[in-house]
Design a protein around this ligand. Sequence first.
Ligand code: C2E
Ligand code: MG
Ligand code: MG
Length: 634
Amino acid sequence: MWNYSFEFPTLSILAIILVFYFSRPRLPVRRSIVFIHMIVIEALIIILDILATMVDNDCAAYSIIYIKVLNMLYFVAFFDRAYIMYLFSIIVLRDSLQEGKLFKKLIRLPLFAGVFISVISIFIGSADFPYVIFYINETGYHSGNLYNFLYVCGFFYVLLAFIAVVMYGRTLGRRRERYGILIYNLLIFAALIIRLTLPKYLIMDTLILIAILIVFLAFGNPDFHLDLRGTAFNRPALSKYLEENTGRLKLTPFGVVIRNYHEMRDLYESSQMEEGLVMIAKYLKRISPKGILFYCRKGRFIVLDQPGRDFREEAKTITERFDHPWKSHSTELYLSAGCATFDNITGNYSSEILLSTMLKALESIGRAETEEPLTVTEEDIKRTETERGVRQCIENALGNDGFELYLQPIVDAKTGRIIGAEALSRIRDTEGNIIPPGLFIPVAENSGRINRLGELVFDRTCKFIKENPIEKMGIEWINVNLSPLQFLCTDLDERFLSIINKYGIDPNSVHLEITEESMIDDRFLQKQIKAMGEKGFLFVLDDYGTGYSNLSRLKKCPFINVKLDMSIVWDYCREPDDILPNMILAFKNMGFSITAEGIEDENMINTMKSIGCDLLQGYYYSKPVPASVFPKII
Ligand code: C2E
Ligand code: MG
Ligand code: MG
């Protein structure tokens, strides 16, 4: 007699998971489909198990064919479950073996064999021919000689999944996922052992239920993929979806962004903004009923929709809708939106590249002045790919000291003599071509490598000063650029001082150039400049005229020099006015000396000298040259 009392609570819990799962929006990815398959097949197994056990316990009361079919279905489901549970591991681990078509077919052989033997068992199985999984006769149910194939198949799949966990487990980003998939497979293994050793107690399903619960908590919970109170999928969901559809994306992406999102959120407060975003998400779903809607933070929505729709027309409708407020009983928001449409994407790009191109496009339209929708082309995607290449080059350069220090002279406007220089860094791509800093510095900033890079440039500059008698060359100092992110390091003074001490040079011989972007936080700016100043470092304000800093803020900062950005120098030389000379006068009153960047001809020299610039830098004197060449040009 079998004891199936465990099966009822197990079935109820499965039903609860299933109901919850279906009550939430689900991302149409393979792992969701396999997860549902897993729950359904497990529920089916339990029902069949209960029914088969009931009829087997009282076989005289039922027709033989009924008992046979019930048992056959049970065994078919059993084999299917073994395979599906293995498949779930493989899908979450993104096992590359699964990509091979032949492998995919071969791996299903035990499943097909099991299903085949289960089906033929009802036709050919008997006491005289027991070479089947089971047979039924007047005395009831009997296991056949091939019954143990059930375990062979079960252990085969679970061991294969273990191998995959060992090989690819580390690729799972979250600890929850790494342990989840391991415990899941251990439970399946334990379930098989228990069934093998205690066949009369139907506890296997209870252990399988716990395994399902574990993957539900680690991977399957649909809430992991949701945002905006469940009205849209989130950014990791988009990554996952694109990853699974690399090279075969059938839907076309379409983006909507709230313009000036951060400012708007500050104005309206985050709770009101969230309310508004939920309304917008609902609206976007209404106008793209067949699309999949993703919310990627910072006011950015991406809809993956059927191709062939007139996205330009849709963009118009959406921007017009934003002419009206987003109103609910507690909120009234006036926002404006920008849209990005995507050209037909034919290339085989990784999801990461597609996603970051989409998001970048939305970010730029979110700040753009125009209301026109932006069209993202294959070229933009290629540019993102180049950036990824640059990231690799930065890593290479950091790994093998591949940075090159270039120096550009800075000239005393009065005497025409070179009295300083600016250090500018260069790296090379795999073919040896120079990657300009305009390209690699932002990538280094975004990938968290700017501090290391900046420190290397600083170190190289100090080394250059140590190894070359710069005073004898008439050089008083060399300027080094500091990224705004570098400027935020609270231990910058100590880091730089230790480099200065390593080479035994004077901190006054290296001036630090910061831009207005470093001046967002007034209090921090003062504190940092003071701390650095105490160690002997001097600051220069670079690219003046490209940011928003005001004079009262500048007044509080002990800069020794302000470098006018070449754009305002060029503008002034093209069309002189009173603004720049007055500004220079104001700076001089504050005690700053002035450098004009971008000097390309004699006329510019005279013009900038005449309005009071003290230092001049530009191609007219010299382009940046490798540090080894610099002493020669002097
Ligand atoms: P920047 O600090 O304003 O440097 C001046 C840039 O203007 C340099 O470009 C220089 O080659 C260029 N330049 C100088 N004179 C002329 C001229 O007469 N005409 C023209 N058209 N350009 C001129 P570069 O080397 O490409 O650097 C671009 C920017 O990258 C720099 O602007 C700086 O902000 C950043 N950068 C460069 N090296 C580093 C570094 O090591 N660390 C950090 N954080 N930023 C760096
Ligand atoms: Mg500079
Ligand atoms: Mg500059």
